[in-house]
Design a protein. Structure first.
Length: 365
């Protein structure tokens, strides 16, 4: 799909530890501000219990889960919009992401000083937001300068664009993120190619101490209140626990560890699913033969487009899609029984693929 989720946060927030847990990579974790100046790239499997369930009815040699691309972006600091720290690099990498996971430090540790001198996750949100808002405002101002002259001599399109851009400018000058501005599709089209930073959806992840992994703490409660007032999504995760879980190779060992700390599943699974949802992605399945596989598509895709995710030939030569709903397969127990019960639908080029659909693509090239 090519969609990327960027992991951002201030230095020493646990951002890279979280990235390593989610993507199962080993990016360097340090205790020094600006110690890394380039982003880490990773891919993570999207947890989906449905795939294993499907395999109990239609067995294959292996299971292949859907993937999500992740980018661990170097830590931000005040003044990034003016090039402080690795500011310009940070903001360029944020621009290339489709959604953001903002890791917030919600734990005390005197041995690991906070870059701002104290722990205050709401202030940290505002620091990052301010830097992104400044960069967005700079972009909007540049575009206003381009269209202003044409608007003054009567160009109707330029005049319309100028008024829309002023609306965005006034919103940003009030220290508000673009994603909270109500605009029409026609108005949004004016800025669609600008890839504004504060327009991207954000998931706030509160990184807490081990003891607070289940209940959260005062810091995460402050973030919860902020999200209730300003919108967004949040999760509470203990990155240290997650890193210990990730080191365990046996599924049984992981299960015992989770029970010991009072968790039902790794917190990173929740983060991945939330990011998947935030990007408005869904999964469909192909089954039989050597592998049962989950595929990632954007919600609203038509059957030929979904077929193209598997292989371009399938989209080019698409004839029809034979569709079984996941719930029908679970209830009836086999593809044959679904067919006998009239639960196998034959769909054409205008069929909108639904989350959990099991597809057989018929094509000819």
């Amino acid at each position: 799909m090519g969609l990327k989720c960027g992991i951002v946060g201030l230095t020493n927030s646990g951002k890279t530890t979280m990235f390593n847990c989610i993507s199962n990579t080993k990016a360097a974790v340090t205790e020094f501000a600006y110690s890394t100046n380039k982003s880490n790239i990773g891919v993570c499997a999207v947890p989906d219990d449905r795939l294993a369930k499907i395999n109990t009815f239609i067995q294959a040699d292996k299971l292949v889960y859907a993937n999500l691309d992740l980018v661990d972006i170097p830590g931000l600091a005040k003044g990034a919009s003016q090039g402080e720290g690795i500011g310009n690099s940070f903001l360029a990498d944020v621009r290339l992401c489709d959604a953001l996971i903002h890791v917030l430090r919600c734990f005390d540790n005197p041995a690991l000083p906070h870059v701002e001198g104290s722990v205050d996750p709401v202030r940290d949100i505002e620091i990052v937001d301010f830097e992104l808002q400044c960069k967005d405002l700079e972009q909007v101002d540049r575009k206003i300068s381009k269209v202003e002259k044409a608007a003054k001599i009567g160009d109707k399109n330029a005049k319309h664009d100028y008024e829309v851009l002023k609306k965005y400018k006034e919103h940003l000058e009030k220290f508000q993120n673009v994603r909270t501005l109500e605009v029409t599709p026609d108005e949004h089209a004016v800025v669609a190619d600008m890839m504004l930073l504060t327009e991207k959806p954000v998931l706030f992840v509160c990184n807490v101490n081990d003891d607070d992994a289940v209940t959260g703490n005062a810091y995460s409660e402050a973030v919860k209140k902020y999200v209730e007032e300003n919108g967004g999504e949040m999760l509470v995760i203990a990155a240290k626990i997650e890193s210990e879980i990730a080191e365990l190779e046996s599924e049984d060992d992981r299960k015992v560890f989770l029970e010991d700390v009072g968790l039902t599943e790794p917190g990173v699974n929740k983060v991945i699913r939330a990011a998947y949802k935030m990007l408005d992605l869904i999964s469909f399945f192909t089954v039989g033969g050597k592998e049962n596989r989950a595929w990632t598509i954007k919600r609203g895709m038509l059957a030929p487009q979904a077929a193209g995710v598997i292989h371009s030939d399938l989209e080019r030569g698409f004839i029809r899609a034979e569709v079984i709903k996941y719930d029908d397969l679970v209830q009836l127990g086999s593809e044959l029984k679904c067919k006998e019960a009239g639960k196998l639908a034959v769909e054409g080029k205008n069929y909108v693929v639904q989350d959990g659909d099991i597809l057989h693509i018929r094509f000819n090239v």
